[in-house]
Design a protein. Structure first.
Length: 234
């Protein structure tokens, strides 16, 4: 059984994420980003990053806005890499959220992706859908960044987005999957008797932490891709 303190902690963390995301979204109404997709990236990042994401937004996110007072010098390369990772991670986050809820409301989806035939654990089957949607949204987010920055055609923009984000999405999902495996099978199941259900605050609290793990595992990939010029500096 999930202890009460963990339930309260999970709810507080989720509410903090929502509050920070709403705060950023409101601020962006007055200070819109140069690249419109970043208006989505920052609130989505705050959903799992909470106060840390809010701080990072004010420290480095507003420097690219139209507001003259918000103009700053280019950030350190390490910060550019972090922004690139968060950009990719936002698409992954949307894909993961949609996949988990789709599989929850339509249980047959897990069977379509191999539950009971290829996988004994439903979570692993759902992860296939997770990856597909994370990949689609991740590439879409990259496309709407790289196409206007390089003034590319639709075809060239898609090709560039695939080159820029395929490895990044993979790196992000590896971190997310690894953390969820550890939490579900080495913490929740042995200590509390079962894995955290998708419709529980504890599951999404764990997912917040898993997204931070995804950021960590995708960071070196983004560093390399930006360094060699495949991804844009942000």
């Amino acid at each position: 059984m999930i202890p009460g303190w963990l339930n309260v902690l999970a709810i507080v963390s989720l509410l903090a994420g929502l509050a920070c995301a709403s705060w950023i979204a409101f601020d962006e109404m007055q200070h819109p980003q140069h690249i419109w997709i970043m208006n989505l990236v920052w609130p989505i990042t705050a959903l799992y990053g909470g106060v840390l994401a809010l701080w990072f937004y004010y420290a480095y996110g507003r420097e690219r806005t139209h507001h003259p007072a918000a103009k700053k010098e280019d950030p350190p390369f390490s910060v550019m890499v972090a922004k690139g990772a968060l950009h990719c991670g936002s698409g992954c986050t949307i894909g993961d959220i949609l996949a988990e809820w789709l599989a929850f409301f339509v249980p047959a989806i897990a069977i379509w992706f191999g539950y009971t035939t290829l996988f004994s654990e439903k979570m692993f089957a759902v992860w296939i859908l997770d990856f597909v949607l994370a990949f689609v949204f991740g590439i879409a987010f990259q496309y709407y960044t790289i196409k206007p920055m390089r003034n590319l055609s639709v075809r060239d923009g898609l090709v560039a987005a695939l080159k820029a984000d395929t490895l990044t999405v993979t790196g992000w999902q590896i971190g997310m999957y690894g953390l969820m495996v550890f939490a579900q099978f080495y913490i929740f199941r042995p200590l509390f008797g079962d894995v955290a259900a998708v419709n529980s605050p504890e599951f999404w609290f764990t997912m917040q932490i898993a997204m931070l793990a995804g950021f960590i595992t995708s960071y070196p990939v983004n560093w390399w891709l930006i360094k060699i010029g495949i991804k844009e500096r942000m």
